[in-house]
Design a protein around this ligand. Sequence first.
Ligand code: FRU
Length: 546
Amino acid sequence: MKKMLLPILLGGVLSATAADTTITITKRYLNLPVSQQQQRAYMEYQANGGEVRRFLIRLSPDPEYWVFSDMSAYQGKKVKITYEGDGAGLRHIYQDDRIAGQDSLYHEQRRPQYHFSTRRGWINDPNGLVFHEGEYHLFYQHNPFEREWENMSWGHAVSKDLIHWEELPVALHPDKTGTMFSGSAVIDHNNTSGFGKPGQPVMVALYTADSPEKQVQCVAYSLDKGRTWAKYGNNPVIDSKAKWNSKDTRDPRVFWYQPGQHWVMVLNERDGHSIYTSANLKEWTFQSHVTGFWECPDLFELPVEGMPGQKKWVMYGASNTYMLGSFDGRTFTPESGKYYFSAGSIYAAQTFNNIPASDGRRIQIGWGRIPQRGMPFNNMMLLPTVLTLRNTKDGIRLFSVPVKEAEQLFAPAGKWTALTAGAANRHLAAFNDADRLRIRATIRLSHATDAALSLFGQRLVAYDLNFNMLNGMFYSPQNPASMELTADIYIDRSSVEVFFDGGAFSTSMERRAEPGNRDGFRFSGNNITVTSLEVFRVKSIWPGVK
Ligand code: FRU
């Protein structure tokens, strides 16, 4: 691309190949003007003795929106900023203790109000979900510099209740081994890794470094509750491209295997998930491989509700499909599957490590592949859910429901029983314009045909009892003769999540009204009855939002 070399106000120097400027960092943030209309080009931060950061950005003198870098790591240092693209945007970069757009932060038109989304830029997979000393840590695949996927880094947020999140600086930045792809985090209580001091728990992250050549597994650790991170000097710890003759070796999911007193890593390699074991999180031994999975593994054991003493291991892939089986610390042996329990926009879900035994829940967060159109941030996390195994008519199956902590958000706004579709629609008309709402409804069908609830023409619930299809997936209720369906619906501006029949199946979608449709909420079907209908207003999780 054509390089434009322009004079720079911030005391910059021009070289033949790139434009640059040097700034002494005295404020928390560098605010950077960007536009999707510009080409991507590399920018680099260099400080004397400090870390080098290199990333792609669409810098523009005519910004569509602003992104930022948290410069905490560079305070008081002279940072040379080099840009290999059109340097005209460089002169507009400024430092401040506030990010550009701080005043409207979380008030933006399409900002999810009770789901996590990032201040600026792109997010995908949740990473490193771990509970530690009263905090739930949510790391995530993040491009801080654009609303689209690039520059994979680990963003970071913490919460005390899984509902209200505070965003922290990026935890893992791209480095010479590559960009920071998905992975997990553990608490090394006994300092098996040697990264900490005896008696001091260490947070250790295992992640994939992705480069054009290959994907390798690496380790980083934090001695201050995830606030700052150091990368292990002998990375990578696994380099298995040659063995698999494939570049696809990624997304380490690590946990402590209590019975064997060792660490387990589940790693997606080419055509399935491999198991590795380790005593110290640094040296890993390959143990076994199960084919039939793609990306973002998870593996955990759950008791089977209704079958005292029974437990099963759940092996999981990025699409939310799973196999049930047994696991001896080295090999997962499938017994059944693959099944699904959640569909729609969910992808790359992960469950938390280190949840206290007194709690014991298996808590999951999934990426909601839901765009926030025209916003300086993009995509979101779905509501945290609790996973359980239940003994059903089809065998043992996973169920998911939102965590109980979500209850604090909901204020009852109406409750009715035994309604015709028309009467239910009249009650819901008062809520047609709500941008966040929870609706719990039980629909009784009079014919084995179809039943639906739509919002401005978009079907939130679409049930076809003749074909046993529910929102596009095969679904047969626990009582197959049942003519009833219960839907728990969570609307949050750009997104909708629906949990059916106590979490037997759930789905999520972008909320998109049919252009020109004025219907609002509409129950429909062949003479359905809405046997129960409850509506809740939903509080925002962001301070100051009404
Ligand atoms: C899944 C995924 C992972 C990878 C990451 C990169 O969405 O493709 O396999 O680590 O995203 O952002």
